[in-house]
Design a protein around this ligand. Structure first.
Ligand SMILES: [Zn+2]
Length: 187
């Protein structure tokens, strides 16, 4: 075997080893963790006054009719202020049958959407395209949509947006771990 042949053999062996390592990493990479990549570092602000953390429980995986809930409900009296969990902008104000008065907020990177539903009303001056500051009041808790009239609450969800940044399409991320460890709200 010439030196050239031996070097070529070593190069092939290195390439095969690299391909194996890459294949292993690809197969076993924690995909769920990469979906929410960067979300924990944001230290989102709790979207309601601090005393609403009491009794917070995870309802992300519960069924709502034929669908998964894919959100967390935070009980609060009607009219309780709702705070923007992060800077960003209002992508859409939407009145839907299940959600009632809702806000879709995009984060500054445009990778995530925060969804606030069943609002009684929007904050004065709120409009699509408005730049939001973390902690700013964006609306008030209510029971619009399919919430029980005697159980007003904030339905809060987080979506990882697709490459087209469509507000109505996204992959739901369980917000509970973030809500449970969020930065204090202004209220
Ligand atoms: Zn809900």
């Amino acid at each position: 075997m010439s030196r050239r042949q031996r070097n070529a053999g070593i190069a092939v062996a290195v390439l095969v080893a690299a391909a194996l390592v890459a294949g292993f990493a690809f197969t076993f990479a924690p995909k769920a963790a990469s979906t929410a990549d960067g979300l924990a570092a944001k230290q989102l602000t709790f979207p309601l006054p601090e005393n609403r953390r009491d009794g917070l429980r995870n309802s992300f995986h519960e069924k709502r009719g034929a669908n998964s809930h894919e959100a967390v409900d935070i009980m609060a009296p009607r009219g309780t202020p709702v705070y923007a969990v992060e800077d960003g902008r209002v992508a859409k104000l939407f009145n839907s049958v299940p959600g009632g008065k809702t806000i879709y907020q995009f984060d500054p990177s445009g990778r995530f959407a925060y969804y606030y539903a069943h609002l009684d009303r929007y904050a004065a001056g709120l409009a699509e395209g408005k730049e939001l500051r973390r902690g700013e009041i964006i609306g008030y808790v209510g029971s619009t949509g399919n919430a029980k009239p005697d159980a007003p609450h904030l339905h809060f969800a987080i979506f990882k947006l697709g490459p087209k940044r469509e507000w109505w399409k996204g992959e739901a991320i369980d917000p509970y771990p973030y809500l449970a460890n969020l930065a204090p709200s202004p209220g």
